[in-house]
Structure formats: C-alpha cells, structure tokens
Write a protein that binds this ligand. Sequence first.
Ligand SMILES: Nc1ncnc2c1ncn2[C@@H]1O[C@H](COP(=O)(O)OP(=O)(O)OP(=O)(O)O)[C@@H](O)[C@H]1O
Ligand SMILES: [Mg+2]
Length: 257
Amino acid sequence: MTQRNSPADGGATSVPVVSVENVRKTFESHMVLNGISISVSRGETLAVLGRSGTGKSVLLRLIIGLETPDSGSVRIHGQDIAGLTLDRMGEIRKKMGFLFQHAALYDSLTVAQNVAFPIEHHRREMASSEQRDRVRSLLAEVGMEHDLEKMPSDISGGMQKRVGLARALALEPQILLLDEPTAGLDPISSGEINDLILKLQREHQMASIVVTHDMHSARTIADRLSLLDQGNVVIEGKFEDLQQSDIEFVKEFLKQS
Ligand SMILES: Nc1ncnc2c1ncn2[C@@H]1O[C@H](COP(=O)(O)OP(=O)(O)OP(=O)(O)O)[C@@H](O)[C@H]1O
Ligand SMILES: [Mg+2]
C-alpha cells in the first residue's frame, strides 16, 4: 500500500496548517535548532529525519507549545502560538493528535481507558455510552477492538503504537504529530504501522508530521521528507530528490539507512 495523498488544493495557495519559520532553540549553551523552517498542509505528510540528538523531538515539542523558540515562529493555521493564553493554547492543542516517542501509553490504564482519557477530559458533554462507543470505534479503526481490557504491558510494542494512534485520533485532530511510530518494531510490525498511518491519513486528511529514523517508513508514508543536521534542514523534498542529491551528508545518511 503505497498510495500517497496530496494537499487538497495542491498546497500552492492556502496557509499551511503548521508552519515553523526560522526557529532557533538553545538549551543552556547547547544550540539544538539553528533556524529551522518546515511547513505542512492539510492532507499532507512530512517526514522529519535526522541522526539521534538533532532536535527532532524538540521540534515537535515546539509545535505542541511544550517548548518555546528563542527566535522565529511556530504558526498553526497562520496564527503565531507565542504569547497565546493557556486557554487559547489548550484550544489549539485539542486540534493536535500526538504520539510521543517514549511513554506512548499510560501504564496503569487499560487500552480502553487510555483511549478514553482525552475524550473524558475534553468531551464532557458526551454521554458515557457515547464515549464508550467512540473508544470502541477508534480502537476498531486501528484493529485493537478485541483488547479493550488489556494493560499496556500485556500487549506488543506494535499494538501499543496502534493504541497510541487511536488515542491521538480521539479528538478528531487536524494535525497529527508522530514521534518515531515504528521505532523498536520488527519489519512486519513496522509495515503494519506504516499501512495504518497511510489509511488514517487517507481517511482523515490531517496535516501530519512524522519524526523517524526509518527511511523505509518515511518513503512509504510521506509526501515530502526533511533531513536535519546540526540544527538545520540539510535538504527537503521527495525521496527521489534526496536520492539525486550531491550533498555528502545526504548521500551518507541514505547509505546508512
Ligand atoms: N529540556 C531539555 N533540556 C536540555 N536539553 C535538552 C532538552 N530537550 C532536549 N535537549 C537536548 O536537545 C538535543 C536534541 O534532543 P531531541 O530529543 O530533540 O533529539 P532527537 O533528534 O529527537 O533524537 P532521537 O533520534 O534520539 O530521539 C539533545 O542533545 C538533547 O539532550
Ligand atoms: Mg527524539
């Protein structure tokens, strides 16, 4: 399954859903991001690649508003999130579904309770029977409807990622941010997660950013790839553009992945 989505309007005229412009981020004296720009439109998937420690997770945390840039801007639907009130940022965050790199699930909650968590907090108006139906249908969407009462420790890594995806979709997000969705999985499970991400993306037409080390996954699920190194975007384009690049770092990265 390798069909890809393209932005509804070709991406040429609309304001991107997520736009990171010239963002710098330093921790103490350690420069992590040195003027990064990326953007993603509705129905489009951008893969962010790079070696360990290049700031991929920091980039996602900046988009979610869990970190603030030293300079540059993060815009969601054109609106700069710097200086927003907590309430307003909370509203914007509800439009985002995210799967963190570590801690994909709450260990002490069942599969169903994990997926119910955001619904119980943000859809209080929903009757509990309706909430249960919603949890069931979300888990069915990721093929986990038979494991509602299991604990995260009793299911495989691939299944945990599926449940994490169901939870990320719980509030019908317009933006999906996935940090290493296939890390630690065997090739078959990774392939299943890739297929699932493609299916979800086709059905929901979100603006998606997927951070990954996994070039095969990036090729399969993304419309565009952005390769980071030393705080900068080294190259951005389709996989073929990376393959044809003369940049030494790009050639090395492709060779090693
Ligand atoms: N809150 C923080 N305080 C200090 N340093 C931080 C903080 N968050 C991240 N860093 C540093 O920023 C750098 C980038 O971290 P980040 O987690 O974004 O890397 P990454 O590209 O996601 O790596 P990996 O592929 O291993 O997940 C690392 O050197 C990390 O130690
Ligand atoms: Mg990371």
